[in-house]
Design a protein around this ligand. Structure first.
Ligand code: COA
Length: 148
């Protein structure tokens, strides 16, 4: 059976941060995750091999939402978990009145850009030298999509 996302709870913060530390070049601390879950929102998803195989964190202000962080365990990718997490976050934000969703993604992260494009996001612009990268900096691509 396909796993379904569930809303993330404060008790998920440590596992979310542990997964983020494995896959994100600028990982969030468990405290930062906890604070985001309290102030904004998040979803987690299981896979047959892992109780927490992916997560999505998002924020919402009035009619805009932002995907803050999303990741799937490398061993569980390309099975639709990320798409389900993203859809759950967008649906929750839309229910609370969001009309458009924004995000930033590293210019070098072609996989995530393809993932967002597949979910209907389009590139709006670029923030120069937005991310720390090794010894230097790298640009952020700004992407967005309308919510139904
Ligand atoms: C981006 C990420 C969350 C996608 O998770 P996922 O569970 O593998 O995504 P899905 O299986 O739901 O993919 C849905 C569709 O997106 C596209 N897609 C996803 N990953 C892709 C990749 N690496 N390259 C090209 N297209 C990709 C495909 O169209 C895919 O459909 P398909 O598998 O039927 O071809 C995952 O790769 C990840 O955790 N990356 C590291 C963290 C990260 O970069 N997060 C984004 C920060 S802005």
């Amino acid at each position: 059976m396909m796993p379904e996302p569930r809303p993330a709870a404060a008790a998920d913060a440590a596992a979310i941060a542990a997964l983020d530390a494995r896959v994100n070049p600028s990982p969030w601390s468990a405290d930062a995750v906890r604070e985001t879950l309290a102030r904004a929102g998040g979803f987690v998803i299981a896979s047959p091999g892992a109780p927490l195989a992916g997560f999505a964190l998002f924020a919402q202000v009035a009619d805009e939402c932002e995907i803050l962080d999303i990741a799937v365990d490398p061993g569980a990718r390309r099975h639709g978990l990320g798409a389900r997490l993203l859809a759950a976050a967008l649906a929750a934000a839309a229910t609370r009145g969001a009309r458009r969703c924004f995000l930033e993604v590293r210019a070098s992260n072609a996989g995530a850009q393809a993932f967002y494009r597949a979910a209907g996001f389009v590139e709006d612009g670029r923030r120069k030298d937005y991310y720390r990268s090794g010894q230097g900096r790298e640009d952020a691509l700004l992407m967005s999509r309308a919510l139904p």
